[in-house]
Design a protein around this ligand. Structure first.
Ligand code: DAK
Length: 265
């Protein structure tokens, strides 16, 4: 495949691990704690679209810096907005497109992960949090409501009582509280968050890319469908794997007591 390089204003894209199928996107507006303006979202989505066009990406890691994953949507950008501005803003479409990326995205979260930043982490497939992470939906402190999953994905993940508590008080919660609520998969020392996310990405990247896609699709469907419909999709995806060489390879490798070599076909 051709070389991949990006020259963005607000994010860094590290393709050094692409030979292992891993790309790391780092939010890079440190002066404003990685506040998510429209341009940042656009850069993330355009990067994902480019990665999707190639067949060498298996897993994406999305991260920030030690102080902040992202402290929310950019308040300065929103201050003077009218409802019409908000409706016309391309952010809504960008959020949707983010969720359409078919392969796993791991959020590696240190520091503040608030509002739209928290919603972006929740829109990823899993979250690895550093022990310094502070998460929450503080929109209520600004006189607004969450707008990109902070009442929906949040509630479906941690339940009504706790989602209501945090969204209605604006109180932040720690990485350990997030772990206890099932919002994050792991809490690790903050200096190792990215390394831990890489280990997780490496494990995923060795699997069949088709299986990764189909598992992601089935899990995402659990947010949108009835149990019956979800189980139907799960079964269809299971059957579909039997049309693929990767299923034969995975089972053959098991029986031959060797590591599988998946090709994504
Ligand atoms: N936007 C813009 N600038 C921000 C920011 C933000 N969200 N968060 C921090 N900053 C800026 C600060 O203004 C400050 O800038 P300077 O004063 O240095 O110029 C700099 O980052 C450092 O922040 P602090 O001085 O405040 O740092 P502290 O350590 O004292 O406090 C903090 C850290 C995270 C507790 C504090 O900065 C804070 O409370 N930040 C705001 C957090 C927040 O309210 N987030 C929610 C924003 S609303 C939608 C999609 C998404 C959304 C809505 C709709 N659709 C698709 C419809 C999302 C909405 C939101 O996220």
């Amino acid at each position: 495949m051709s070389n991949l390089s990006f020259d963005w204003e607000n994010i860094l894209v590290d393709t050094a691990d692409l030979h292992e199928g891993i790309v790391t996107i780092t939010l890079n507006r440190p002066k404003v704690l990685n506040a998510l303006n429209t341009q940042t979202l656009k850069e993330i989505v355009l990067t994902l679209k480019e990665l999707q066009r190639r067949d060498d990406t298996r897993v994406v890691i999305l991260t920030g810096n030690e102080k902040a994953f992202a402290a929310g949507a950019d308040i300065a950008q929103m201050l003077a907005a009218t409802p019409a501005d908000q409706i016309k803003d391309e952010r809504e479409g960008l959020w949707k497109e983010f969720t359409l990326f078919p392969l796993p995205i791991i959020a590696a979260v240190n520091g503040f992960c608030l509002g739209g930043g928290h919603e972006l982490a929740m829109a990823c497939d899993t979250i690895i949090a550093g022990d310094n992470a502070l998460m929450g939906q503080p929109e209520v402190n600004l006189g607004i409501t969450p707008g990109a999953g902070g009442t929906q994905r949040f509630t479906r993940t941690i339940g009504k009582a706790r989602a209501s508590y945090y969204a209605l008080t604006g109180e932040m919660f720690s990485a350990h509280e997030a772990l206890e609520m099932g919002l994050v998969a792991k809490v690790v020392p903050s200096r190792t968050t990215l390394a831990e996310a890489r280990e997780c990405a490496k494990k995923m990247a060795k699997k069949s890319p088709m299986a990764l896609r189909l598992i992601k699709e089935s899990i995402q469907a659990s947010f949108n469908t009835s149990l019956d419909e979800g189980l139907k999709l799960e079964r269809r995806n299971f059957y579909l794997t039997f049309s693929m060489e990767d299923q034969k390879e995975g089972m053959r490798a098991f029986l031959e007591k060797r590591s599988p070599n998946y090709t994504g076909s």
